[in-house]
Design a protein around this ligand. Structure first.
Ligand code: PEP
Ligand code: MN
Length: 300
């Protein structure tokens, strides 16, 4: 149980119970919003970036994910194209009306590189700084992203720490000055989740919304980690996304790729661009079901 003043800024309690709410590049984020944030796990080629943005635009989307800095388990794995890909990623995002890109940063220098590349492209788009699960307790990085106000932050829960510890990581960011934070559930690293990549923790969506005032994101791609299809014809990624959305998730971070087998990172979990419209439709169905469920609430 959280102590009363433990989540001093982000905690929900009497007198401090309004949802964190911020608008960034014309897109509103709070505990009632709903956005899908689909895109490349890792930027690979300009062509794939453009095809991905085009598919998102055709599907009416204004948010995307794009990884330029990739923290990899092996030093020999592809580490991301870093700052060299930023100018064309931002320029293409602007061309296709993408307003917010969730992009992981692993070092304070990355924030400056992103700021500079955005400036050079005439602020064609916006960036939400993503803190990955491996950096949830990189306290200096948390303070760095928390002490700037240019960009909102999407903080992932740590894969091997408690929810409580992960929420304190969010409080670190807020205590450094920036409360524009989205908290993202992405599953826990344990063999008990097999054959999924992580043990899915979307039952915590209402818990995070009750304990804190942050909008809650789910990442069904990193939770499932496969492209497996259930006998009913729906992918596991669709099923777990629906489970989080029907419980009130506000954002859905999802890997998509024009040719998943050519993806340089996490190739096994990306949806194809052809699957994107069905995924969005399924998400909308689950969201509608959540909104209907709110009507069965007993009056307070
Ligand atoms: C990602 O979203 O690209 C990522 C690396 O996720 P996680 O930090 O959850 O592993
Ligand atoms: Mn990954």
């Amino acid at each position: 149980m959280a102590k009363a003043d433990e989540f001093r800024i982000l905690g929900r309690r009497p007198g401090n119970d309004a949802s964190i709410r911020f608008e960034y590049k014309g897109v509103a984020f709070d505990q009632d919003c709903f956005h899908v944030v689909a895109g490349l796990n890792a930027v690979d080629t300009r062509e794939f970036v453009e095809q991905t943005f085009k598919a998102l635009k055709d599907a009416g989307q204004v948010c995307a994910r794009m990884g330029a800095y990739k923290p990899r388990t092996s030093p020999y794995s592809f580490q991301g194209y870093g700052k060299q890909c930023l100018p064309y990623v931002f320029e293409l995002a602007g061309k296709y009306g993408i307003r917010v890109i969730s992009m992981e940063v692993t070092h304070d220098a990355h924030v400056d590189e992103i700021r500079e590349a955005l400036r050079q492209t005439g602020d064609a788009t916006g960036v939400m700084l993503q803190i990955g699960t491996r950096n949830t307790q990189n306290f200096e990085l948390l303070k760095t992203v928390g002490s700037q106000r240019d960009f909102p932050i999407l903080l992932k829960r740590g894969f091997g720490i408690t929810l409580h510890e992960s929420l304190l990581a969010a409080e670190y960011v807020a205590s450094a000055g920036n409360r524009d934070i989205v908290f993202c559930l992405r599953g826990m690293k344990t063999n008990f989740g097999d054959p999924h990549r992580n043990l899915i923790d979307f039952g915590h969506v209402p818990v995070v919304k009750r304990m804190t005032r942050m909008p809650v994101c789910i990442d069904p791609s990193h939770s499932v980690g496969t492209h497996d299809v259930a006998p009913d014809g729906l992918l596991d990624v669709f099923h777990v996304a629906a489970q989080g959305i029907i419980s009130g998730a506000n954002l859905v971070l999802t890997d998509i790729h024009p040719e998943p087998s050519k993806a340089l990172v996490d190739a096994g979990q990306a949806l194809t661009l052809e699957e994107l419209p069905a995924f969005l439709e399924d998400c909308a169905i689950a969201r509608e079901a959540y909104e209907k469920r709110l009507k069965v609430r007993k009056p307070a």
